[in-house]
Design a protein around this ligand. Structure first.
Ligand code: IVH
Length: 673
């Protein structure tokens, strides 16, 4: 492709992808499949890597991340990011309204009510229509520049088009992790044996500060815009601001409402008290804002907050109900989760019957006794929480709840490792939920993708002694399946076809499917790329493992433990015989560019801009190889600070080129060094 053609193609793809992205995020419609969308994006990323000079400032490739930031620079806010004073009662809202009326000296005024979204506030700066900076609130005066991470959030426009777009404007909003995304993330963490995150807000805040923007991109954050600022916005009211933001394709929550007076404000507050739990985002109150901007200015600010706006916070709704008992769930990894079984009770629009108690520490913290009445609260989350005990209702004879000592499913004595909150059932090969859990993990979409099999069928197969490990699936016969309840010739054949088809799943899926503790899909992909075959991975030393991208001590140890286990070795052998992909398909790994083809690198020392893993990945993604030691065959030694003098000396003696990270970047850009 000539440079001219590449330029045109990059422009075409950018426009096309942005069109489909807008369609999806603005109108919630699609014209192409996710797969087709990903293909377009992949094509663009490849072309941009080959011709970086033609990358456009609003390129959707920024949405997939890839840049790595070590420290986020601090930036001053043009307008300080104030907080709002909080109120907790109708009375206090009434007092606020009185202050506003007095401050405006009898002028008529209106409010806009919005929900108070529980996320992380962000300031987005646009210059000449382009998003140039995303800055966190920080201390209100200056915050962290998290632009590369913000750009991965698909509902934040990278470019705003229109005749009414000022040269400079700022948008404030709230970045959040939608509830379903948060639940899914926690499910995935639980699945690989990681501890789950406590709440969506902290997870959002942690995600925004992550160094690797490609991980941020996968977290699927979202952003509600609620404030337009600038000298030339041309708006007279807050309402006009919200409408303009929506027209400029920002994500404005449609839950706002103009309220003519205090009564309408109070109605809004009442109306959303329960309804808010059905929204995709956690909310903890209502923000009440004076609508006219000139009146906002007239009312002015105090040192910390504006006089023209206030937050009303809902009281967390709490009910007391009887604790009927505690049940204990056993997960795929053997982790035990205690669950409070409650006398069903109505709370904020739904009936609550159960609440997670997380682990033994939580039960001890609550000091739960048998027959207790507990307070149950619905925070922002979907799952209710037990927040305390109603001591007035406790019988003096009540006994403290004893945590179980043995697995409720198989009777094995539980263990608790140092530093871990959870108890585990160590009977990995004999405990039914662990066995079924492993098979469920194996067949899931991101793994072997055998969707003809479901939880119910797996349970039947297991209970009838037909399947104990994933490898048994590949030995199933039609006659076996026909014995199952509800199975006819057609459905049985379907299952067999699905199992057969799964043999085509790529190596990275197989690696994830094996269910090595702490090896989630991302890590499996990185391991597959790095080691290229299961054999190489199984043979890797601890050193080699920790040198691979994304692999730390914990994962390295877990991998070693997994491959040492004779039962796992046996299972792997059976899966190999069944015909699963145990090596990277040569065609499946397509480097992003070939600029480093046939060149080998050793990385040593500490770097300013990139972590060592990131450098390794950059090299591999662009066709190069990373070696562990300096030898005559080596092309480049990438030297950071504090690298070992022996390595440096050896490289010098062998006449190997020693380059800096900046020089490596130039190589990646196809420049000569
Ligand atoms: S307006 C000067 N509107 O609440 C007014 N804030 O303590 C600026 N928040 O840090 C804020 N939802 O992160 C506004 N609809 C909304 C909001 C909202 C959540 C957060 C925001 C701010 C805090 C105020």
């Amino acid at each position: 492709m000539t440079a001219e053609q590449a330029k045109k193609e990059i422009e075409r793809l950018t426009e096309l992808i942005n069109y489909h992205n807008d369609l999806y995020y603005q109108q919630h419609r699609t014209e192409i499949s996710d797969y087709e969308f990903d293909q377009l994006l992949e094509k663009l990323v490849k072309l941009e890597n080959q011709f970086p000079q033609f990358r456009l400032p609003d390129s959707p490739s920024q949405r997939v991340g890839g840049t790595v930031t070590k420290d986020f620079p601090q930036v001053d806010h043009r307008y300080p990011m104030l907080s709002l004073s909080n109120t907790y009662s109708e009375e206090e809202v009434r007092e606020f309204d009185n202050r506003v009326a007095k401050g405006l000296g009898g002028q008529p005024y209106e409010y806009v009510c919005e929900l108070k979204f529980d996320g992380v506030s962000i300031s987005l700066i646009y210059e000449n229509g382009l998003l140039v900076r995303g800055v966190t609130r920080g201390d209100g005066v200056r915050g962290d520049d998290v632009t590369t991470n913000v750009k991965t959030i698909r509902s934040i426009p990278l470019r705003v088009k229109g005749t009414d777009v000022p040269a400079w404007f700022e948008v404030r909003g709230e970045i959040f992790m939608p509830k379903d995304v948060f639940e899914q993330l926690n499910k995935e963490r639980e699945d690989i044996g990681e501890e789950t995150y406590a709440n969506a807000r902290n997870t959002t805040s942690g995600t925004l500060k992550m160094q690797d923007s490609s991980i941020v991109a996968r977290r699927r954050l979202d952003c509600y815009a609620y404030y337009l600022l600038g000298e030339e916005t041309g708006i007279q009211t807050h309402e006009e601001g919200l409408k303009k933001l929506a027209r400029w394709k920002f994500n404005v929550s449609p839950t706002w409402r103009k309220c003519k007076n205090l009564n309408e404000v109070l109605t809004y507050i009442k109306e959303w008290e329960d309804k808010r739990f059905n929204l995709p985002v956690e909310t903890d109150g209502v923000v009440i804002k004076v609508n006219r901007i000139d009146q906002q200015e007239e009312l002015g600010l105090t040192a910390k907050s504006p006089r023209w706006a206030i937050a009303f916070k809902y009281k967390p709704q709490s009910v007391s109900t009887k604790l009927n008992g505690i049940t204990y769930q056993v997960g795929r990894t053997g982790a035990i989760t205690p669950v409070a079984e409650l006398q069903p009770v109505f709370l904020s629009g739904t009936t609550v019957k159960r609440a997670s108690l997380h682990n033994a520490n939580e039960i001890a913290r609550l000091n739960l006794h048998e027959g207790d009445y507990v307070f149950v609260e619905k925070g922002g989350e979907i799952i209710p929480k037990v927040t305390g005990v109603d001591l007035s209702k406790r019988s003096p004879y009540a006994k403290p709840i004893q945590y179980i000592t043995h697995c409720p499913e198989c009777g094995t004595k539980l263990i608790r490792e140092e530093g871990e909150a959870a108890h585990y059932c160590p009977n990995t090969t004999g405990c039914p939920p662990q066995i079924m859990g492993r098979i469920e993990h194996f067949i899931q979409r991101k793994a072997m993708d055998i969707n003809a099999l479901g939880e119910k069928t797996i349970e039947q197969l297991y209970r009838r002694g037909m399947v104990k490990t994933p490898a048994d699936l590949y030995e199933l016969k039609l006659a076996d399946l026909l014995q199952l309840e509800g199975f006819k010739e057609k459905s049985a054949k379907n299952v067999l076809e699905g199992i057969e088809e799964s043999k085509k799943a790529p190596f990275e899926n197989v690696l994830f499917a094996l269910g090595i503790r702490y090896v989630g899909k991302t890590v499996a992909e990185k391991l597959a790329r790095h080691f290229k075959s299961l054999e190489a991975l199984a043979a890797a030393s601890y050193e080699e493992l920790v040198n691979a991208p994304e692999v730390g001590e914990k994962i390295a140890q877990s991998i070693i433990r997994f491959f040492r286990n004779p039962e796992n070795q046996n299972e792997i052998e059976r899966l190999r015989k069944a015909g699963l992909n145990f090596a990277l398909d040569k065609n499946s790994f397509v480097p992003e560019s070939t600029v480093l083809n046939n060149k080998s690198f050793v990385i040593s020392g500490v770097f300013k801009k990139y972590g060592r893993d990131e450098l390794k990945e950059l090299i591999i993604r662009n066709g190069g190889r990373v070696l562990s030691g300096v030898s005559g065959k080596l092309d480049y030694l990438v030297a950071g600070e504090n690298m070992g003098p022996a390595k440096l000396e050896k490289a010098r003696q062998l006449g190997i080129r020693i380059i800096s990270e900046e020089e490596l970047e130039r190589l990646l850009n196809g420049e000569a060094i």
